[in-house]
Design a protein around this ligand. Structure first.
Ligand code: NAD
Ligand code: WQD
Length: 338
């Protein structure tokens, strides 16, 4: 039996494939290669030392997906496939709703057709919206999301909850990620954004290798310890290991489960800059700019539910996240090869 990993060649998916296979779980990947390179497949194989099946398939292609369920023995699905750039989603809402929401509906329909009712879904801390106060707890009301990307995550959460209400045989795990950064210790896998990075860590690493001349810090007048935005950064390998726990959870029992995957600790933009400078030995020039629209001052998790129910906790600290991000970027200045 295998786990179907949609979006499994992307940043979080690739690290998760490695940890699943390291845990002895067979994986089958479906990815349309929209936001990744095929060479990430080779890097995963090299790290785990064995082959696994990859299908170049769009999750909106019901026939293609059905073919995977026909050929493979799929026990459960980890669903990463989706578009994730907040700013782009404001420009292209229809593309985001189509890819993320329609794609998920098609995937769920195919799963149901093949009697596969176990899914782990990549949700996001963004579903807590603008009004909840950190530490964010799973029982808080979600919604109040300010951009189309976040709304796709909120809508998919609603769809999955309704699905479980309609049929209690499903086993559904919603994982709300905080801010994933870092890379595999080997330096062979990491985050490889297209164009100008939207997120803090890839921007910093590109300044460090000389691709960008400075970082713009989006606001230093927030109500935080140094005025810059505070977030809960989590090492991508810890996040990947959270998926191993979650997939075992859905394999073992039916239900609807919701977990934050974060460290429970908030760091400011300037804390991250300092930690990165220490880890890399590189100076990161920065300028203070205006606030970025839609940003909140502080966002970090209460991570105790995942510890209590899954036995999972993030083990890797900010220094290690920075060291590993830097190793990946410095060894792969242009990301994955074409
Ligand atoms: P990513 O873009 O690196 O990976 C997503 C993968 O899905 C890519 O390989 C892409 O080619 C593939 N994909 C996209 N649309 C597809 C489709 N229609 N059919 C098949 N494959 C498709 O992103 P990531 O950072 O690894 O994020 C994975 C998931 O986690 C996403 O759903 C994202 O929204 C969610 N998430 C990410 C973060 C983050 O900060 N990275 C935070 C919270 C949630
Ligand atoms: C972190 C901090 C910025 C870039 C986003 C999505 C969220 C989730 C994770 C997918 C903030 C500051 C950033 C820069 C800066 N993704 N910053 N200069 O906004 O917390 O979360 O990614 O689900 O949904 O919204 O992450 O890395 O963009 O920003 O000062 O060039 O760094 O203002 O305080 P964010 P981020």
């Amino acid at each position: 039996m295998s786990v179907l990993v949609t979006g499994g060649l992307g940043y979080i998916g690739s690290h998760t494939c490695v940890e699943l296979m390291n845990a002895g779980i067979d994986v089958v990947v479906a990815d349309n290669l929209y936001n990744c390179k095929k060479s990430s497949y080779d890097r995963i194989k090299a790290l785990v030392g064995r082959d696994f099946k990859f299908y170049e398939c769009d999750i909106r292609d019901a026939e293609g997906l059905s073919g995977i369920f026909e050929n493979e023995s799929i026990e459960s699905v980890i669903h990463f496939a989706g578009l994730k750039a907040v700013g782009e989603s404001v420009e292209k809402p229809l593309e985001y709703f189509d890819n993320n929401v329609t794609g998920t509906l098609i995937l769920l329909d195919v799963m149901r057709k093949y009697g596969c009712k176990k899914i782990v879904f990549s949700s996001s801390a963004t579903v807590y919206g603008m009004n909840n106060v950190s530490p964010l707890v799973e029982s808080m009301e979600v919604g109040g999301v300010t951009n189309p990307y976040g709304r796709t995550k909120f809508m998919i959460e609603c769809i999955l909850k309704d699905l479980y209400t309609s049929d209690n045989e499903w086993s559904i795990c919603l994982l709300r990620y905080f801010n994933p950064i870092g890379a595999h210790k080997s330096g062979t896998m990491g985050e490889d954004p297209n164009g100008i990075p939207n997120n803090l860590m890839p921007y910093i690493t590109q300044v460090a290798i000389g691709k960008r001349d400075h970082l713009t810090v989006y606001g230093d007048d927030y109500d935080t310890h140094d005025g810059t935005g505070v977030r809960d950064y989590i090492h991508v390998v810890d996040l990947a290991l959270g998926h191993v726990k979650a997939v075992n959870k859905v394999a073992g029992e039916s239900g609807l489960f919701i977990y934050n995957l974060g460290t429970g600790i908030g760091y400011s933009v300037l804390d991250v800059v300092k930690a990165f400078e220490k880890a890399s030995g590189k100076k990161i020039p920065y300028e203070i700019g205006p606030r970025r629209s839609g940003d909140i001052a502080t966002c970090y998790s209460d991570a105790s539910k995942a510890l209590n129910e899954l036995g999972w906790r993030a083990e890797r600290g900010l220094d290690e996240m920075c060291e590993d991000s830097w190793r990946w970027q410095s060894q792969n200045p242009n990301g994955y090869p074409d």
